[in-house]
Design a protein. Sequence first.
Length: 355
Amino acid sequence: MTLIFRQLHDLKSSTYTYLLADAATKETVIIDPVFEQARRDSALVRELGLTLLYTLDSHVHADHVTGAWLLKQSNGSRIALAAKSEAHGIDVPLAHGDKIHFGSRYLQARATPGHTNGCMTFVLDDHGMAFTGDALLIRGAGRTDFQQGSAHKLYRSIVEQIFTLPDECLIYPAHDYRGLTCSSVGEERQFNPRIGGKRSEADFAGYMENLRLGHPKQIAVAVPANMRCGRIEAGDTGASDWAPLRYTYAGINEIDPEWVAEHAQELQIIDVREPTEYTGDLGHIAGASLIPLGRLPEELAALHKDAPTVTVCRAGGRSAQAVTLLERAGFTKVANLAGGMLNWNHHGLPVNSRV
């Protein structure tokens, strides 16, 4: 029954994305993925050896575009969203009480409308965690002034569907703008300034109806995109057009040595080791330019910024730093040789200057 759990963050939209997996079967769900972070999420799934079964969105978001469709393309996962959202492209339309199973674990969908008609809270099988979307926030609650919002509905949703959970049940919201990561039902029932304590439905509605907040900056883009579950009509999917890259959870594009060996003549290969390593036991790739990592900032002007570029070191650590440096300098086609020269030699690929 061991659970793999990760809380992920998108800085731009202050969105939390959650990954839950059954440790035995590796079957996985992701809650509230963000379009711009889909490669990150896929990388984590791949590196942990997981199988992504479902993406769940707590509602049709107005402040970011969901990554559900992109994750479906890259992982074969199914998109789960409230049927009441009326979005297009849902694979699993959810109703109140439905269960999403992953391995021996499951999440129960509880309808918690009020922020939007289609809001859902996802409650873990043992009632130890509740993923409340924008219904209940940490010391707050989701706004109710657009997207069919209703302060009265939201009050009843929180009181009847979330505050009835055990006090120790942990609360994980879809957003927090102060960097708070987690709360509990007991804490929010006692301390939440909008709905905690002995606040009545009238108290809550009066508070919410006088917030006078500006509309989310991304609403004109986010809502139409999320009504088709993040499906791209046209635009960048994050895929590379110059090489079969693999994006790592560390945020680096990597490439396998076999592909580099096959296309070496077309690449700008930069070896960032020291000179003694370049001519040492591991040898170097024919045509690779030796520019030790410490000298790389000084040598940028001599490099071709638009050329497909691969960085190399002994095991891939220094060359990963080089990728970051080159990208910051405006290089648009750059990748790290996965595993460095150790991996290159492991695959029996040709080397020069071995001594």
